[in-house]
Design a protein around this ligand. Structure first.
Ligand SMILES: C[S@@+](CC[C@H](N)C(=O)[O-])C[C@H]1O[C@@H](n2cnc3c(N)ncnc32)[C@H](O)[C@@H]1O
Length: 317
């Protein structure tokens, strides 16, 4: 593969040129427009996940802050707009009387700009435009030994990983942490299938727009000629692995040219491109993941309206 291609072009080439199921990594859903559409999704009546996460954080932030040694700094993986994080930052500030240092780690420039603007009044915000583990490595390397670190991974973004990859990812995260550090992990729980499907296929069509935008991004950034109207949004629940999968299904045969990686493909009528997975968890999954990735569960809170678990795990004594 040519090294002059951007990582985006290489991933698009690898995902679309393959035989079998075509795939695009979900991280590419979040350009400026994608991040704005995701914010709209979090406000949809059908997407109860963000409100559940927010309710749990509002109620339990004082306990979470109290569980951290004084002077703790905060790093959030995939912060997005950081809207829900305000209550944690406020609780940390109430304990010490000064604004905590908050590292927002995200690949989306637009999300980081919003986050830095919205959270400036409650924290010293340091935006880091990087992939999760690169970002946390920078935070861990730059702190002095006396600053305990609270890592936030909210919104069930961990569900974008397969279960085994989630354990691998959290083990790698754990290797950057020290005794006294902690992880707060938000995880969406299994619930009735129609309720889960509606959260990823809303009647307003916002999730469909969010999904199709990945093709729009390939057009804008790589000069491709996808006809966005030729693809249908599809959300399926794959029960054996307990995950929602999002696809784009071609309504008719499509010939697509992507000049930047120099790719020409034909997508047959009915063929799909897999764009995102959102794993739904059992409490036992979370216990196994904590154990297998080297964390010790400290507290867990579950929302009473929308089954969602907020998990506080320690990185050890
Ligand atoms: C599902 S959104 C969650 C946003 C927010 N944390 C929330 O709970 O509402 C995922 C966020 O992670 C970012 N993201 C996705 N993949 C990433 C990666 N590999 N490294 C860093 N950020 C990533 C996206 O840009 C997006 O802002």
């Amino acid at each position: 593969m040519s090294s002059s291609l951007s990582e985006f072009a290489q991933d698009v080439l690898a995902g679309l040129a393959r035989s079998g199921q075509r795939e695009l990594p979900s991280k590419y859903l979040y350009d400026d427009l994608g991040s704005a559409l995701f914010e709209a999704i979090t406000r949809l009546p059908e997407y109860g996940l963000t409100r559940a996460d927010e309710r749990l954080l509002r109620v339990h932030s004082p306990e979470i802050a109290a569980a951290m040694p004084p002077g703790a700094i905060v790093a959030e993986l995939g912060s997005g707009s950081g809207r829900k994080t305000v209550s944690i930052l406020d609780s940390l500030r109430a304990r010490t009387g000064h604004k905590p240092r908050y590292y927002a780690i995200d690949l989306s420039t637009a999300a980081l700009n919003t986050c830095a603007r919205e959270l400036a009044s409650c924290a010293a915000v340091i935006p880091i435009e990087a992939a999760y583990l690169d970002g946390i490595a920078r935070v861990a390397a730059g702190r002095d030994g006396s600053q305990p670190l609270l890592v936030l991974f909210l919104g069930s973004t961990i569900g974008n990983f397969d279960l085994s990859r989630a354990t691998e990812f959290l083990s790698a995260l754990r290797s950057h942490l020290s005794p006294g550090d902690a992880l707060l992990l938000g995880a969406d729980l299994v619930k009735p299938i129609p309720q889960m499907l509606l959260a990823y296929d809303d009647p307003t069509g916002v999730t469909a727009a969010f999904n199709r935008n990945i093709l729009g991004r390939i057009n804008r950034e790589l000069g491709a000629d996808f006809d966005l109207t030729a693809y249908e949004h599809e959300a399926r629940y794959h029960e054996p692995v307990r995950r929602i999968e999002m696809y784009l299904r071609a309504r008719s045969r499509q010939h697509v040219s992507i000049p930047n990686p120099g790719l020409r493909i034909t997508i047959e009528a009915g063929e799909t491109i897999w764009t995102e997975s959102s794993h739904k968890f059992l409490l036992s999954d979370l216990d196994s993941i904590a154990h297998d990735s080297g964390f010790r569960p400290v507290s867990r809170w579950i929302d009473s309206e929308w089954p969602f678990a907020e998990n506080l795990w320690s990185a050890g004594e």
